[in-house]
Design a protein around this ligand. Structure first.
Ligand SMILES: [Zn+2]
Length: 188
């Protein structure tokens, strides 16, 4: 593959990020191959094979993928990678038992949408106050009750969503299906 002219300073910087820890050296999606690409959107390093899956299943709008060393990066893209990284991402998705989920289920989930927003705020250096999505059924139900009580001004996007989980709607709406992963844990 022919390489584009990546400034050598960028190559150095990116190499340093990739070598920072063993998490970044390997693909955070398959945990098998060495990282060669990056999903800029999520600040993670992935392999060529998984980069292809991101393109195919998610598309550039959902996951902006680029090779680590054959492209020119802008400052903000590098900031996303510096503020993100595979370990942070891995630790986050582990809280939701999503580390082994397929790409579609993982990257289309609410927790990951939250993660992306938080990462962007971090990279921009702006404050971020949104509450993290609940990690298990208990948290969902607790917040559902709270959400129903406060549904209004104070309720963040997450609570608004989970406010609807209280009572019968919960069973009927099919929302439960969406959180299968979370419920699976509680039913074990
Ligand atoms: Zn991979």
């Amino acid at each position: 593959m022919e390489t584009m002219n990546q400034p050598s300073k960028q190559t150095e910087l990116l190499r340093a990020i990739q070598q920072k820890d063993s998490y970044n050296k390997f693909c955070v999606d398959c945990n098998k191959n060495e990282s060669t690409h990056c999903s800029v959107t999520f600040g993670i390093l992935i392999c060529e094979e998984c980069a292809g899956k991101h393109l195919e299943l998610l598309g550039m709008e959902l996951s902006y993928v680029k090779p680590l060393y054959q492209d020119v990066w802008d400052t903000f893209q590098i900031k996303l990678l510096e503020n993100g990284g595979n370990k942070k991402f891995w630790d986050f998705i582990k809280q939701y038992n999503m580390e082994l989920k397929d790409i579609n289920a993982k990257f289309n989930s609410n927790p990951i949408k939250y993660y992306k927003k938080r990462l962007f705020a971090l990279a921009q250096g702006v404050e971020f106050n949104q509450e993290q999505p609940p990690r298990n059924a208990e948290e969902i139900l607790n917040r559902g009750v709270d959400g129903a009580k406060n549904l209004g001004k104070k309720a963040g996007e997450g609570i608004m969503k989970f406010g609807g989980l209280v009572g019968e709607k919960f069973e009927q709406s099919g929302v439960k299906e969406k959180f299968k992963g979370l419920f699976k844990k509680s039913n074990d």
